[in-house]
Design a protein around this ligand. Structure first.
Ligand SMILES: *[C@@H]1O[C@H](CO)[C@@H](O)[C@H](O)[C@H]1NC(C)=O
Ligand SMILES: *[C@@H]1O[C@H](CO)[C@@H](O)[C@H](O)[C@H]1NC(C)=O
Ligand SMILES: *[C@@H]1O[C@H](CO)[C@@H](O)[C@H](O)[C@H]1NC(C)=O
Ligand SMILES: *[C@@H]1O[C@H](CO)[C@@H](O)[C@H](O)[C@H]1NC(C)=O
Ligand SMILES: *[C@@H]1O[C@H](CO)[C@@H](O)[C@H](O)[C@H]1NC(C)=O
Ligand SMILES: *[C@@H]1O[C@H](CO)[C@@H](O)[C@H](O)[C@H]1NC(C)=O
Ligand SMILES: *[C@@H]1O[C@H](CO)[C@@H](O)[C@H](O)[C@H]1NC(C)=O
Ligand SMILES: *[C@@H]1O[C@H](CO)[C@@H](O)[C@H](O)[C@H]1NC(C)=O
Ligand SMILES: *[C@@H]1O[C@H](CO)[C@@H](O)[C@H](O)[C@H]1NC(C)=O
Ligand SMILES: *[C@@H]1O[C@H](CO)[C@@H](O)[C@H](O)[C@H]1NC(C)=O
Length: 500
């Protein structure tokens, strides 16, 4: 970890390859995706990522308007892998019954994930880290199930963990305890990636590195356990604001939040940042390895997260699963052949566009696949006009609930979930919604709920960037009609019709 302490200036000198970095793409360009977990963009989630921002963002492109099409781990990761909206991949939630890594997913969707296409095209493929929350479950093939498309597989069994976990290493279970030097998962992923690059890779290769950070249980490396000791969750925007004109789930949040809830979320906020420092080291060490192997100039490097997060927004303590910007926006940084430094793009990019972009880099025609997303390689290479890009997209979410009552919150009825702390619920079966998010010519979000009220929320992001005022009842009804029609079209789209 020696390099973790180099000043940024020295890092740049080390990792810039004049001439080479901006070289043209070839059909044999390598691809690396860093996929963080629960890392927000809106509430400061990229602040700890100083090295990542300079080594990828400043030496390449930053997408200021990148979104997940659904704000929950398993459905979102399934979208990223398949390039499809949830209504086409049918992964609804984090459970097997909701198709998270289920046998039917393995049979009908997994064979069409992006690594499968790249592998067929001659790419050598490597995956390390969290995959889908139910991966490795005995009812879905256990660790013996190695998802198609991966030559080197090191998938985490189950949801995020930092210690005491099992991996499937090419179909064999590898158990880990809680010794920092041997088991800290973020560092283990880094070390195995360096080894792959050193010993096993030959061009072209695809690597996906999916650390557990910044997901719970938020265990930082001992190097960083006391970092950010005075940091608190930001108090701006919608922090501790009661969403009084929003759907019932938001309205049930206690406002103002209790001091214990605020202390709890401040603590989580700090812990999240601490876990991310090891991810920042991962990015630096992997790029350093590429440099030493002379691969920097021929490798695209992407950095993103599966969805956003909130800590106190609209008085919801901590979680994701909501339609608001803090939960659906994600960081997205890219460097690679032909990409000029310090570029900022404002076009909306979706997690379903990553697969198509990887295929495009490899010279595979995305139109011949079931993917709904579209390649943004032409944007990176300045080959298309800004007005040729999409201006709106679909966000879909199916709420998770518990059929019984929560024993800790006897006053709550059935159907809710994630009710902690203070019995404020973050989710419910009827927190099921679909939205059209338009960025231009108007900057608007229109959402319909599948609940007993057919609740509608509409936000004018131009006048109200923090979504404080639901204008559903005051906006021009013809605009509502138009958005409703657009939503109906989107919810039935597939492949090319999702792109038009
Ligand atoms: C609130 O403050 C944080 C930290 O300073 C900043 O990253 C974020 O962009 C701000 N958000 C809003 C909604 O103004
Ligand atoms: C799970 O996927 C299968 C086929 O892919 C589909 O028939 C089923 O309806 C899906 N389940 C849910 C809950 O959407
Ligand atoms: C790992 O498991 C051991 C044995 O169950 C337990 O004692 C230890 O506290 C666990 N470590 C962590 C970090 O959870
Ligand atoms: C990763 O490698 C570093 C440097 O070789 C070593 O110090 C560290 O203990 C390793 N960590 C894990 C979890 O393998
Ligand atoms: C909560 O914190 C505020 C600000 O720190 C303080 O003024 C107030 O007295 C505290 N309330 C309780 C019930 O502890
Ligand atoms: C990118 O922008 C930063 C801040 O403006 C600047 O310091 C840096 O030199 C630029 N980097 C490159 C590679 O142009
Ligand atoms: C990709 O496939 C589509 C559908 O078959 C075809 O119309 C298009 O010309 C192809 N594009 C390229 C670049 O080959
Ligand atoms: C996930 O979706 C399935 C299928 O709709 C449903 O049976 C299950 O209750 C859902 N799980 C949760 C936690 O909501
Ligand atoms: C949503 O479900 C909860 C219980 O899970 C119920 O209390 C609430 O009234 C429902 N709201 C709507 C608008 O359907
Ligand atoms: C949104 O707000 C802007 C700025 O106040 C205003 O110009 C625009 O007309 C509003 N859009 C709608 C659809 O109400």
């Amino acid at each position: 970890m020696g390099g973790a302490f180099l000043p940024l200036g020295a890092l740049w000198a080390l990792l810039t390859v004049p001439g080479l970095l901006f070289a043209a793409r070839t059909a044999r360009s390598n691809i690396i995706l860093f996929l963080a977990d629960d890392q927000d963009l809106e509430i400061g989630g990229m602040t700890p990522m100083k090295k990542t921002q300079s080594l990828i963002g400043e030496l390449g492109a930053t997408f200021a308007n990148a979104f997940a099409v659904t704000p929950l781990c398993c459905p979102s990761r399934s979208s990223l892998l398949t390039g499809c909206y949830p209504h086409n991949h049918l992964v609804r939630n984090n459970s097997l019954e909701g198709n998270c890594s289920s046998p039917v997913w393995q049979r009908f969707q997994e064979p069409f994930t992006f690594p499968v296409y790249l592998q067929k095209k001659g790419y050598q493929t490597f995956y390390a880290g969290k995959y889908l929350n139910q991966y490795g479950d005995a009812k879905a093939g256990g660790v013996l199930h190695v998802p198609p498309g991966w030559n080197y597989w090191m998938g985490l069994v189950g949801n995020s963990k930092y210690y005491n976990y099992s991996l499937s290493v090419n179909g064999h279970e590898e158990k880990h305890g809680d010794l920092y030097e041997e088991d800290y998962l973020t560092d283990l992923i880094t070390n195995r990636s360096l080894m792959f690059l050193q010993k096993l890779s030959r061009a072209p290769f695809l690597m996906v590195l999916a650390p557990p950070a910044a997901h719970s249980p938020w265990i930082a490396s001992p190097l960083y356990q006391s970092a950010y000791s005075t940091v608190k969750a930001p108090r701006n925007g919608s922090f501790n604001v009661h969403g009084k004109d929003k759907h019932w789930l938001i309205r049930q949040a206690k406002n103002p939040m209790s001091n214990t809830s605020i202390e709890f979320l401040d603590n989580v906020y700090r812990q999240r940042w601490r876990t991310l420092l090891s991810v920042d080291d991962m990015v630096e060490r992997v790029l350093r390895q590429l440099k030493s192997l002379d691969l920097l100039g021929s490798t695209y490097v992407f950095y993103t997260s599966d969805h956003g997060y909130h800590t106190g927004q609209f008085s919801l303590p901590i979680d994701k699963r909501q339609l608001y910007e803090f939960d659906i926006r994600v960081p997205l940084l890219v460097r690679g052949p032909g990409i000029k430094p310090n570029q900022t793009y404002l076009e909306p990019i979706l997690n379903i566009d990553l697969g198509p972009t990887f295929l495009d880099i490899a010279g595979i025609n995305v139109s011949l696949t079931p993917m709904d997303g579209q390649s943004f390689l032409p944007l990176l290479e300045n080959r298309i006009h800004v007005n040729g890009w999409r201006s709106d997209f679909l966000v879909q979410y199916t709420g998770e609930g518990c059929s019984g009552k929560d024993p800790h919150c006897p006053s709550l009825g059935p159907g809710v979930s994630q009710c902690f702390p203070d019995c404020v619920c973050e989710d419910a079966f009827n927190n099921t919604y679909a939205c059209v998010r338009t960025l231009s010519p108007i900057n608007l979000q229109y959402c319909e709920f599948a609940d007993a009220q057919d609740f509608v929320e509409v936000y004018n992001l131009t006048s109200d960037p923090h979504q404080l005022i639901n204008v559903a009842k005051t906006v021009d009804p013809s605009l509502l009609e138009q958005m409703n029609q657009r939503l109906i079209k989107f919810q039935a789209c597939a492949g090319p019709s999702c792109r038009s």
